[in-house]
Design a protein around this ligand. Structure first.
Ligand code: COA
Length: 303
């Protein structure tokens, strides 16, 4: 049984959404498009169901706040924000954020496709099949480097002012925070920007926090609620505050470099995820002696 269901919409909605999104993408590709005008017009339609000019007459304060030129975003206050790059993406970040508040934005079918179009015009790079749920926040957007098949769930905070790389197949669960800047403990204005990398197929699970400069390696997993403040080795399962790798994923055919910590436990009955061809990994604990310092990492024979 596949993990995800296919949920087709009625054909009239599918075709209306499809042409709206194709038109939006074409307008954003056109260098002559004024992104501020486009944003205020689309938001007037999505939020109030009327033209911007009409809304300005009917409800001027509501209208003025739809126009990115009349709005200040937090990133604009920071010296580290590149004003030229930010001016280009600001209207689209405003459109993204406010569209999330509408019924269209809350609908997965429309919202995910809509954000995929916007990401292509905001991020430094975005690969195939980017899937982003609602209420995700960025600092500047233009410092996001996103690979193929990346998933970002509800309420995630992506502080990309120092750069965030999400490699192919990375997944960020609900309410994860990923940072790329930090402040000196003694002198608040002393800010360090450090890119943060989430490796291929790595999963950062619910409510975890990844601090600036961390590298979560390929196929690693960050447990729920963990606080990552450094490297997480490949295939490692990092838990706790601060996060430590106390287990490694193991898959059939990987040899025997890891020790099963659950000899006395009944056979592991993990929740199967049929989208992944490997058997669900029996999770294993590193030998106690290897917990501190550099732990040996099992290398898969072939994947
Ligand atoms: C990491 C995780 C997979 C561990 O699950 P598990 O293998 O079933 O772990 P268990 O419940 O058997 O616990 C094993 C040990 O790890 C500890 N542990 C488990 N989860 C932990 C967590 N999030 N933080 C700290 N310690 C944790 C347990 O206390 C236990 O410690 P002990 O052996 O000293 O008693 C799980 O906590 C987790 O984070 N799941 C994320 C779910 C997910 O994928 N969400 C994303 C969906 S989009």
């Amino acid at each position: 049984m596949p993990w995800l269901r296919d949920l087709p919409l009625p054909s009239d909605a599918t075709s209306a959404y499809g042409s709206f999104l194709a038109d939006l993408d074409a307008r954003l590709r056109d260098p002559a498009t004024d992104r501020d005008d486009l944003t205020r017009e689309l938001l007037a339609q999505l939020l109030y169901g009327r033209a911007y000019g009409q809304l300005l007459t009917d409800a001027p304060i509501a209208a003025l706040n739809l126009d990115p030129r009349n709005v200040t975003l937090e990133a604009e206050y920071y010296a580290a924000t590149d004003p030229v790059k930010f001016a280009r993406v600001k209207p689209l970040l405003w459109l993204w954020k406010n569209a999330d508040l509408t019924p269209a934005g809350q609908s997965a079918t429309f919202g995910i496709e809509f954000r995929r179009v916007l990401a292509g015009h905001v991020f430094k790079r975005v690969g195939r099949n980017f899937k982003c749920w609602q209420n995700v926040e960025f600092s500047v957007g233009y410092n996001m480097d996103v690979g193929d098949d990346v998933v970002v769930h509800r309420g995630v905070l992506l502080d990309d002012i120092g750069g965030i790389v999400l490699k192919d197949g990375a997944s960020l669960s609900d309410y994860v925070s990923v940072y790329s800047h930090s402040h000196s403990v003694l002198h608040m204005p002393d800010v360090t920007l450090k890119p943060t990398v989430i490796g291929k197929g790595a999963r950062i699970t619910y409510h975890a926090t990844v601090l600036a400069g961390s590298v979560v390696s390929d196929d690693a997993m960050v447990a729920t609620g963990a606080l990552v403040r450094g490297p997480v080795e490949p295939h490692g399962i990092a838990m706790g505050v601060p996060a430590r790798v106390t287990r490694l994923k193991a898959r059939e055919g990987w040899g025997e470099p890891v020790v099963d910590s659950r000899r006395d436990a009944p056979p592991l009955a993990r929740k199967a995820n049929p989208d992944y061809p490997d058997p669900t990994p029996p999770q294993t604990r590193l030998p106690d002696a290897d917990r501190e310092g550099s732990a040996p990492v099992p290398v898969p024979a072939e994947r």
